[in-house]
Design a protein around this ligand. Structure first.
Ligand SMILES: CC(C)(COP(=O)(O)OP(=O)(O)OC[C@H]1O[C@@H](n2cnc3c(N)ncnc32)[C@H](O)[C@@H]1OP(=O)(O)O)[C@@H](O)C(=O)NCCC(=O)NCCS
Length: 489
């Protein structure tokens, strides 16, 4: 790698920008002073401050931030490297490492009671401060991407610039479609999607640069290029998969006047403005859920071997395709439809209770309920519920979802072993999509996958910028544990 390697899209000189403004809880535009106060109350968002004359170019913003964060990590390691973070028990080792702190993940943090915060901002806070397509509308996912990457709330101008940049990177090579076409049309949408992502890898900038040789300090730059290209191209691949499987292969070209989420909905074939809003909300809230969940952790682990973002993200998708993780959104709608098929839409509470018990007694889980970390109702569920109350209060399947919210938690609590009986993100997404005509449940996890590209890739860029090492935890055998415990007794 030549020492002077620079990304294919050089940073643009940025015109002066007005001070960042945002909407407060009443939807009012807040002043610079008010926002500075707000940033103090939001504590952990260290960069949520006004950027007068801020840059429209994400790459140059990152370039400025990285040295500061590298120093911060170096200092943390030097001053506190030996501080203990807790105990590791045998239960944790054989119990999927629950509760074991073991990963650095900068883009988001999950509180068991409160839910996810993206760079310190909760979902309702993101809905207030991130730019929207229309006043009071849902956040634009590009804004969330900017926030995840920089820790700063972007201005509408910055978001629009990022939208354009993603559009300019969205051309998918022909061989990607050919790779997908090599699969039977009956293959699961996630199989087709992950295969398309693997085919995108052919153009990896990171792989090319690494083969040539580049200093470690430069690793983040081709990772950034791959990540933005990947994020730009996954909606195109995903909508191709949808149209191929469910719409006889009739492809809808992109509408360049639309933003990321709106255009994704358009390419899928849904132009109802409410569906566009839903897609913006959907992509935003599904983007990231700290680092330990199966898809995020998989990407982080694979990338720690210096696999490029495509390889890492394709691996994440394969984890997302599991029924205990991302596939649960498919399972929820299929399960809800099976309830209606058997008992009708006007099902009574007692009939619903019987159906839940029947599901549990057949050895299945109730999809959409429970969580590995959360111990309360998922705020991602709550904001989708609010969306439904606003746009589709009379939808019969939404009413069934509301009934399940009352019926399922007491039953799961009665089981005595479920740590979190409350609904998660997947309990709600399917009925919203179904309402606007996207009724093919088998496709739902692909939407989750497109959204996840934002969180996973943002962190991968920081993994490279911070020079995080190969991940290699220690494993032990049952023999080892037994003899260790005997000695410890
Ligand atoms: C998400 C999930 C995998 C978390 O698993 P976990 O961290 O092991 O959860 P818990 O510690 O509460 O599990 C303890 C027991 O309760 C069971 N349990 C948890 N959630 C359950 C549910 N929704 N329905 C039935 N049983 C459930 C577990 O299967 C486990 O049973 P076991 O000891 O017989 O194996 C689990 O709640 C689940 O399977 N939910 C349904 C699938 C789903 O919605 N996934 C999407 C998550 S965002």
């Amino acid at each position: 790698m030549p020492a002077g390697w620079s990304p294919p899209l050089p940073s643009k000189a940025s015109p002066p920008q007005p001070p960042l403004s945002s909407r407060n809880s009443e939807g009012r535009v807040t002043s610079q002073h008010e926002q500075a106060q707000q940033s103090a109350t939001l504590g952990s968002v260290r960069w949520l401050q006004i950027q007068s004359g801020s840059d429209l170019d994400l790459h140059s913003q990152l370039k400025d931030l990285i040295p500061e964060q590298q120093d911060r990590l170096k200092k943390l390691k030097a001053e506190h490297g030996k501080v203990e973070l807790g105990k590791i028990t045998v239960d944790m080792v054989i119990g999927g490492m629950r509760g074991m702190t073991g990963l650095l993940w900068e883009t988001s943090l999950l509180d068991p009671e409160e839910g996810i915060r993206f760079r310190g901002l909760s979902i309702p806070e993101c809905q207030k401060v991130l730019p929207a397509a229309k006043p009071g509308g849902e956040p634009l996912p590009e804004g969330l991407l900017w926030l995840l990457l920089t820790g700063k709330v972007p201005s509408k101008e910055q978001v629009d610039a990022l939208s354009k940049e993603l559009q300019s990177r969205s051309t998918v090579p022909d061989y990607v479609y050919k790779a997908i076409n090599a699969l039977p049309v009956t293959a699961h949408p996630m199989t087709q999607f992950a295969s398309g992502v693997m085919a995108l890898q052919v153009k990896s900038e990171f792989q090319k640069a690494y083969e040539k040789g580049m200093p470690k300090a430069k690793f983040w730059e081709p990772t950034y290029e791959d990540s933005l290209n990947l994020i730009a191209q996954v909606p195109v691949v995903a909508s191709y998969v949808y149209r191929r499987i469910f719409k006889g292969g009739q492809i809808i070209p992109a509408d360049e006047s639309l933003d990321y989420g709106g255009n994704f909905s358009h390419m899928l074939g849904f132009d109802n403005p409410k569906m566009l809003e839903l897609m913006r909300l959907y992509v935003t809230i599904h983007s990231d859920h700290e680092g330990g969940n199966v898809s995020a952790h998989t990407a982080h682990l694979v990338a720690s071997a210096l696999s490029d973002p495509y390889l890492s993200f394709a691996a994440a998708l394969n984890g997302l395709a599991g029924p205990l993780h991302g596939l649960a959104n498919q399972e929820v709608l299929l399960w809800i439809k099976s309830v209606v098929e058997e008992c009708g839409e006007n099902i009574t509470t007692d009939q619903l209770k019987d159906y839940v018990w029947k599901t549990l007694n057949s050895g299945k889980v109730v999809p959409g309920f429970g969580h590995g970390v959360l111990r309360k109702t998922d705020p991602r569920y709550m904001c989708q519920r609010e969306f439904a109350l606003k746009y589709l209060p009379d939808d019969p399947l939404f009413q069934l979802v509301s009934k399940l919210y009352e019926v399922v938690p007491p039953i799961l609590t009665e089981l005595g072993k479920v740590k979190n009986p409350w609904p998660n993100v997947d309990a709600h997404s399917g009925v919203l999509l179904n309402h606007f005509g996207l009724s093919e449940a088998r496709y739902f996890t692909v939407l989750f996958g497109v959204s996840r590209s934002m969180g996973v890739c943002s962190q991968l860029i920081w993994d490279r910028a911070l020079g995080l090492p190969l991940e290699r935890p220690k494993s032990v055998t049952m023999d080892w544990l037994e003899s260790y415990c005997k000695k410890a007794a």
